[in-house]
Design a protein around this ligand. Structure first.
Ligand SMILES: Cc1c2[nH]c(c1CCC(=O)O)Cc1[nH]c(c(CCC(=O)O)c1C)Cc1[nH]c(c(CCC(=O)O)c1C)Cc1[nH]c(c(C)c1CCC(=O)O)C2
Length: 367
């Protein structure tokens, strides 16, 4: 797999990569978090009755699902993101994770005792072996994409993964994660460091396998106070962004691979994230783009940030809110990538999403 990067079909649409290099473009590139998934009827068809993680591990099906939104919205989406999940890192670290229909991810044995954490820290992780299916899936997807659009690799932010590993699933009150960082901060930092090390290797190997751009999802960032974010999230995000290029050099990849960070609801951290080394910062919908642009001062590309709930509105509402968004991001010809402020939901009408994407092309192309 190692030397195959140069042999992939040539990229036909490099809009996203040009924006991430800071170039001026004809219109902003568009892609959507969770653009593959349950709102698309063809997703259910491809997945059949299979388990979610089994679907991720099947390169043939995962690559098909990755490409579905690109085909469905022919010409309207400028990047693919590999069909997988952030929770494959805890799995590679020896933890069992199940996806329960209608409920979401669930860990039968979350980290509750100090000895549980020590056990995870003692577990020897072999990224290439444990996540071998992910690399195969990325590689196959690159071939099947045939250069239509660039392919994203991704991983979860260390803090977000610690939340899942301690809570055992999603949460509204974060009792365990908060108890851990306040009761055992040093042990938490050892765990965050281990997750970071695995994330660096995982992202780097995704690039070796064919990923052309990377995103880190710190989806629970906003649950931390500003000071705790500086202690339990930001240092690890910064390590990831500085260590991946070094690891890639060791692996013989000299090309610059752009990296995006999405720290949901971490509004207090925007200024620091603009200086963290990431090429782009993805914003949730609570931001007025204009305010984010003025804090950023052109340091990075901003990505976002339509409230995905707008998709439930009328076409007039979609047009109005899309126009406002693109205008407030500065018109979309530079330093801007269209996205939602969070993922799609299973209840969305694909035709409404199509209309949104068409409007982004129309409005974003205006002189
Ligand atoms: C927190 C998080 C997870 N996973 C992910 C995040 C970070 C982004 C975010 O904040 O939403 C990331 C993710 N999950 C998935 C992708 C695939 C790529 C894409 O299309 O964007 C990506 C990039 C597929 C998925 N991941 C999941 C699904 C639904 C699985 C199904 O078919 O039942 C998909 C398509 C499951 C999942 N996985 C996770 C949760 C909380 C859930 C349940 C959510 C729900 O029920 O809506 C963890």
């Amino acid at each position: 797999m190692e030397n195959m990067r140069d042999e992939f079909p040539p990229l036909k649409n490099d809009l996203l990569l040009r924006v991430l290099r800071g170039e001026e473009v004809e219109r902003p590139p568009c892609w959507l978090m969770r653009q593959a998934g349950r709102y698309l009827p063809e997703y259910h068809e491809a997945k059949g009755g299979r388990d979610f993680f089994e679907t991720c591990r099947d390169a043939e099906i995962a690559s098909e699902i990755t490409i579905q939104p690109i085909k469905h919205f022919q010409g309207l989406i400028d990047a693919a993101i590999i069909f997988s999940d952030i929770l494959v890192i805890p799995q590679a670290m020896g933890m069992k994770v199940e996806m329960i229909e209608g409920k979401g991810p669930s860990f039968p044995h979350p980290l509750r005792e100090v000895s549980d954490v020590i056990e995870v820290l003692d577990y020897k992780v072999d990224v290439l072996k444990e996540l071998d299916w992910a690399f195969k899936s990325i590689n196959l997807t690159r071939w099947k994409l045939n250069g239509e659009v660039p392919l994203f690799g991704f991983c979860g932010g260390p803090w977000t993964l610690l939340v899942y590993m301690t809570e055992g699933g999603g949460s509204r009150i974060f009792r365990y994660a908060k108890q851990w960082i306040n009761e055992h901060p040093d042990l938490c930092k050892r765990l965050l460091q281990r997750i970071t090390d695995v994330a660096v290797e995982f992202l780097s190997q995704q690039v070796v396998a064919g990923a052309q751009v990377l995103q880190v999802f710190e989806s629970w960032g906003g649950e931390l106070s500003s000071l705790d974010f500086d202690e339990f999230s930001l240092p690890y995000l910064k390590q990831i962004v500085s260590k991946v290029p070094r690891r890639l050099q060791e692996l013989g990849i000299t090309e610059k691979i752009p990296m995006i960070v999405f720290a949901k609801n971490s509004w207090y951290a925007l200024d620091k994230l603009c200086d963290s080394g990431f090429d782009a910062v993805s914003l949730d919908w609570t931001w007025d783009p204009k305010e984010a642009v003025s804090i950023n001062k052109g340091r990075v590309t901003l990505q976002g940030n339509l409230d995905p709930g707008v998709i439930y509105g009328s076409k007039e509402v979609i047009t109005k809110k899309t126009e406002e968004m693109i205008k407030r991001f500065g018109g979309g010809k530079k330093n801007y990538i269209v996205n939602f402020g969070h993922g799609t939901s299973p209840f969305m009408d694909p035709e409404q999403i199509r209309f949104f994407l068409e409007e982004c092309h129309r409005i974003g192309s205006k002189k």
